[in-house]
Design a binder for this molecule. Structure first.
Ligand SMILES: [Zn+2]
Length: 416
């Protein structure tokens, strides 16, 4: 993409009071725009990051054998009354229409997905089933001060599975739980699995996936020697204790952000809707269900919190809006060379700062703020050697010169 085709701007500072680092950086770099507290527009570059995260998650869900659907965000009151959520979930957004009908905005979709699936699974032969969606969710948060890490409207992947036996449920639950760690690793995040109390109703144990960051709203105690990690609220241990799992490490305290969770829902939703299936003995049974979430927009906020320096964002390659940022100091010769780089590396991989009127300093500052992994500098000085200069935003590789007739070298050397 050419920078002159981008309508977004970068800002040196934010005029208003933004307390979270992710919101500050993402706003300054032109990735998001706040409409109101906890509600954001994803601008072209921000949307590319969001889509990259979404597509990594989508690939994993498909590999888990789950089918993608897109369920409504606007729900009738009745289904939330059926499960008790209408009166018991304080963050549920409630809407009254001009005809005095009441609706909820989805904060989770068990109320929609349970009838959706079970009306199509009359027999044990139709199960197990796993479906997921990637969609907006809504929570009536009193405070929404963590940028895109805690939105009133947020983008989320939620998957639901339906099983005929505890054994089959446990198998799938474990599969998803393990895969989540791979997903977060692919996104550049080290997630810790923590045991937490169940969801809104479940008395069963659920697991949360926490990433250590001072921007988080949770507190965990974790072991440095093994993967033991618990939330402070439920913990039978305290910081300084010996690790109850490995016995070698000492527990430390840290702030963290929840990026995903898996819930054992038991038979609650099948029972609430009185929707079951007929087992092999001709008897009605209720499905055992699981719910598995990943906060897509929150993950983007957490990545921004983990991957930045004093100059701006430093995106991991897997989610960067563009791999290359062509920093061209404009004159006719440089423009022709930059065009050559742009064509060789592909428009879909490059953000080309092709503006005329901007100072060199501003150009370099923008490239650092926006945080694409590889910067390619095209100037008179580099062209004196018939070359462009290739610089790593993260310092992953030493900068090097690359001849204009050997541009393939950029791809190879910038990966090592
Ligand atoms: Zn340990």
């Amino acid at each position: 993409m050419k920078r002159t085709e981008l309508f977004t701007r970068t800002e040196k500072s934010i005029g208003r009071d933004i307390v979270s680092k992710n919101a500050e950086l993402l706003t300054r770099a032109g990735y998001v725009d706040q409409l109101m507290a906890g509600v954001y527009t994803y601008m072209p570059l921000g949307l590319r990051v969001l889509r990259n995260i979404e597509n990594i998650v989508r690939r994993h869900m498909n590999e888990l054998g789950s089918s993608e659907v897109l369920m409504p965000a606007l729900h009738p009151k009745a289904i939330w009354e059926t499960t008790g959520g209408w009166d018991n979930i304080d963050v549920l957004f409630k809407i009254k229409s001009r005809t005095n009908n009441e609706y909820a905005l989805g904060q989770s979709e068990e109320e929609v997905v349970t009838p959706l699936v079970m009306n199509r699974a009359p027999s044990y032969k139709h199960l197990p089933v796993s479906v997921y969606q990637i969609h907006w969710k809504y929570r009536d948060e009193l405070r929404a001060k963590s940028g895109i890490m805690r939105g009133r409207e947020f983008f989320m992947k939620d998957m639901y599975s339906f099983h005929t036996s505890q054994e089959d449920f446990d198998r799938y639950y474990q599969l998803v739980k393990n895969d989540y760690l791979n997903i977060f690793a692919e996104l550049g995040l080290t997630a810790k699995v923590t045991e937490a109390s169940g969801g809104s109703f479940s008395e069963k144990v659920s697991y949360e996936f926490e990433v250590l960051t001072d921007a988080g709203e949770d507190v965990v105690y974790y072991c440095e020697a093994c993967d033991f990690c618990v939330e402070d609220e439920i913990a039978k241990v305290k910081p300084g204790d010996d690790c109850p799992r490995c016995g070698k490490g000492v527990l430390k305290e840290a702030k963290s952000a929840e990026v995903g969770n898996v819930f054992d829902l038991g038979q609650k939703y099948g029972k609430d809707f009185d929707l079951g299936y007929i087992d092999e003995h001709g008897k009605k049974q209720f499905p055992i269900m699981g719910c598995y979430g990943i906060g897509i927009s929150r993950v983007m906020g957490v990545i921004a919190e983990k991957y930045h320096d004093e100059k701006g964002l430093v995106w991991p390659e897997s989610v960067a809006p563009y791999r290359y940022h062509i920093v061209m100091l404009p004159d006719e010769q440089n423009r022709a060379a930059a065009q050559k780089v742009y064509d060789a590396l592909g428009a879909d991989n490059c953000l080309w700062d092709d503006r005329d009127e901007v100072s060199a300093g501003e150009r370099f500052a923008d490239a650092d703020l926006m945080g694409c992994p590889v910067q390619i500098v095209v100037s008179r000085k580099t062209l004196e050697e018939g070359s462009v200069e290739v610089v790593s935003r993260s310092g992953k590789f030493d900068k090097f010169m690359c001849k204009l007739d050997e541009l393939n070298m950029i791809v190879e050397r910038s990966q090592s």
